[in-house]
Design a protein around this ligand. Structure first.
Ligand SMILES: CC(C)(COP(=O)(O)OP(=O)(O)OC[C@H]1O[C@@H](n2cnc3c(N)ncnc32)[C@H](O)[C@@H]1OP(=O)(O)O)[C@@H](O)C(=O)NCCC(=O)NCCS
Length: 174
């Protein structure tokens, strides 16, 4: 896949709902993570199965907070906040993605704003961190908009579509 084309100017969705993910969302989330643009920006493997998604939901982990973006009864985005433990209990990592057909409409912003509110105002976290492929312009734009800064670059961070790709480490400190 080539670098993503520039996104057209699209209107945000006024009827977007951000809520906790439920076990019954597993099928919709499996569909989401198997979309090609979603996979291009994340570490998802092709052909992720419903069983793999269901396993993520069935693991009882009080440190993981999963949210979804829902519109007209369709799941069009997801975000996960994973709190670290011990001496890194003030830190959480973030992973997220938006449905290919709904990118550029504020869904990612709504999900990230919800997780930052959770982190700052309810979990009292100091540091949020993530990795992002260096060519993922929309994700870099989103994270910069919310105050994340590049701290460094992982060389050959992951294998994607036949070649290795670098990733930036980004973080946001409260
Ligand atoms: C990256 C992603 C989460 C962004 O979500 P989104 O819903 O498209 O983002 P939004 O519409 O809320 O846009 C938020 C900001 O991102 C930036 N942005 C969005 N699309 C962009 C693009 N094509 N180029 C540059 N910046 C872009 C802008 O700064 C935008 O803010 P603005 O509209 O106020 O200017 C989404 O495109 C996605 O899921 N991509 C595939 C999976 C992925 O890459 N996940 C992230 C892994 S690190």
């Amino acid at each position: 896949m080539e670098d993503e084309p520039p996104a057209p100017q699209l209107q945000p969705y006024p009827d977007l709902i951000i809520r906790a993910a439920r076990p019954s969302d597993a099928e919709a989330i499996t569909t989401l993570v198997n979309l090609p643009r979603f996979r291009h920006g994340t570490l998802r493997m092709p052909y992720q199965t419903l069983a793999e998604t269901t396993r993520r939901f069935s693991e009882a982990n009080p440190n993981r907070h999963g949210l979804v973006a829902e519109r007209q009864e369709q799941i069009i985005g997801e975000i996960g906040l994973m709190r670290q433990s011990g001496r890194r209990a003030h830190v959480a990592s973030i992973g997220m993605g938006v449905h290919d057909a709904h990118a550029g409409r504020g869904v990612g912003s709504a999900l990230l704003a919800a997780v930052i509110d959770l982190a700052n105002n309810w979990l009292n976290l100091r540091r949020l961190e993530l990795t992002v492929f260096v060519d993922n312009q929309s994700a870099l734009g989103l994270y910069r908009k919310f105050g994340f800064e590049v701290e460094g670059t992982h060389a050959d961070f992951a294998f994607r579509e036949g070649r290795f790709v670098d990733a930036h480490a980004m973080a946001r400190l409260k």
